[in-house]
Write a protein that binds this ligand. Sequence first.
Ligand code: 8X3
Length: 263
Amino acid sequence: MSYEERYSYIPSTVLITGATGDFGRAFAERFARLGSALVLVGRDKSKLDALKSGLEESHQAKIHPCVFDMMDKKAMGTAIRTLPEDFKDVELLINNAGLALGLEPAFNCDIEDWETMIAVNNTALVQMTRLILPVMVKRKQGHIINIGSTAGTYPYPGGNVYCASKAFVKQFSLSLRADLKGTKVRVTNIEPGMIETQFSRVRFKGNEEKARQVYDNTENIHAEDVAEAVIWSATLPPKFNVNRIELMPTTQSFGPLPVERFD
Ligand code: 8X3
């Protein structure tokens, strides 16, 4: 098999949640460039419309925008069940919508922040997956790419529910693979570490100073770099499944486990 053949699989229809965020836009841009039709999910209609017209103009992309909040189960169900004929056979689902809220120790956290993270990072992700999977299984063709995190493997102070929600995504991805044996449907968990995006701005609820400090005085990687891993996993021939990819900037690494010392 030639190199060109090896990397030539292009998913015909790609559904991306959290499409107007930094990751979502980077993924949409790459798949539009490849000629995939796109179902773009976001809750901000004006941002979604702007993304749609930009991609139509630059890549003549075929786009179906879906405006709903990931926490609105009914709206999600209606949007997915009524996808137009040209978009209903989703070949690649990118479960990208997700967020971190706060970095306080567990005993000080806002319980509503925890509930929101679980609702978006986990509940909405499994609901969307459950809605799309039957189409893939029936067609014996499909790929689910979940956007996990290094936080799903390596805990850190203040990570509490965010870390746990991403550990859920990792294990859900792996166990989906077990269920999907024999269906030809692929599952991949992409696990980025620190990526310079709006992530910290959301985590620190608009505190620009705190958010900027996360990425200050170092060499960062960006949404386009994560898109590279997504594109690689998605465009491999269907017989090749990437289970997990963990990635981070070279400037980020590991530290020793801390030990409490007494005076
Ligand atoms: C984002 C990576 O380390 O900020 O998922 O939790 S981290």
